[in-house]
Write a protein that binds this ligand. Structure first.
Ligand SMILES: *Cc1c(COP(=O)(O)O)cnc(C)c1O
Length: 256
């Protein structure tokens, strides 16, 4: 996000209710907005500040990368996915909302006309503070995962995936055929063939053998390939396998 442009926008329009949605880890490139700059803007302007930290929120538990989310504690709301880097099954996510907004939250989500539920702020129940009333116990797999691996176990997983992403990024950067489209800040590697004409066929060929999986995407107007490393089973050797598969796919599309 261009925070200078944002500031100008906020200066121009002070009346319209505004929600600012910032990124802690964008889908395409794992990029982060500058939380400290937004915190400073928040002191001058009135807006609801949301942080999308679907997978990037976990940078907070990696020493050396936690600075990427410095300042986000001032946000009004933060969302995080469990079904990505926590490796628990779909559909699993959490949101954190500033305690100061409890009444607003309750007014949005409470079961209307249900006096039998008692005083809602006093008898806390998640069903009054979220969009769902009836729901499954999604917290259970998260609880088991955290109990089993702990903060340290997950930190190791995050660090391993980040190192794997960096290794793949370094191979791409040193290559004559591929081009890195964004710096590897976390666990996402966005890249493309230098020969743009072959790019779409390349991704198709890469995943056709089902040995590796990466997604086709578009970034900065370029058709690209995106590797997202979040899986606990990914071994360092899998990066070598991916690299070999990338070479195979490249040869295949060059021959076409
Ligand atoms: C996956 C993802 C989403 C979508 O969230 P789901 O809970 O999987 O629907 C939103 N934002 C980012 C940055 C994501 O990575």
């Amino acid at each position: 996000m261009d925070c200078t442009a944002l500031e100008k926008l906020l200066e121009r329009d002070t009346d319209t209710p505004t929600i600012l949605i910032s990124s802690a880890g964008t889908v395409n490139s794992g990029d982060f907005d500058d939380m400290k700059v937004i915190t400073a803007l928040q002191k001058r302007f009135d807006f609801w500040w949301h942080v999308d930290g679907a997978f990037g929120a976990f940078a907070a538990s990696v020493p050396g990368l936690s600075h990427l989310v410095d300042g986000w504690e001032a946000a009004d709301s933060i969302t995080v996915d469990g079904h990505k880097w926590l490796n628990v099954p779909y559909d699993n996510g959490f949101y954190f909302i500033k305690k100061a907004h409890s009444t607003l939250q309750m007014n949005c989500f409470q079961n209307a006309n249900a006096p039998y539920l008692g005083e809602r702020l006093e008898n806390f129940s998640y069903s009054n503070f979220g969009p769902e009333n009836s729901r499954r116990l999604r917290a259970l797999p998260v609880w088991f995962a955290l109990k089993t691996y702990g903060a340290e176990g997950f930190q190791k997983l995050f660090e391993r995936n980040i190192a794997q992403a960096q290794k793949l990024g370094a191979l791409i950067e040193a290559s004559e055929d591929f081009e890195l489209l964004a710096p590897v800040r976390l666990n996402i590697v966005a890249f493309a063939l230098k020969n743009e004409a072959l790019q779409s066929d390349f991704t198709k060929s890469l995943i056709a053998t089902r040995r590796v999986f990466m997604t086709p995407t578009k970034i900065f107007g370029r058709t690209a390939t995106r590797a997202a490393l979040v899986n606990w089973q990914t071994r360092d050797e899998d990066i070598d396998i991916s690299w070999a598969e990338m070479q195979r796919a490249l040869r295949e599309v060059t021959r076409l």
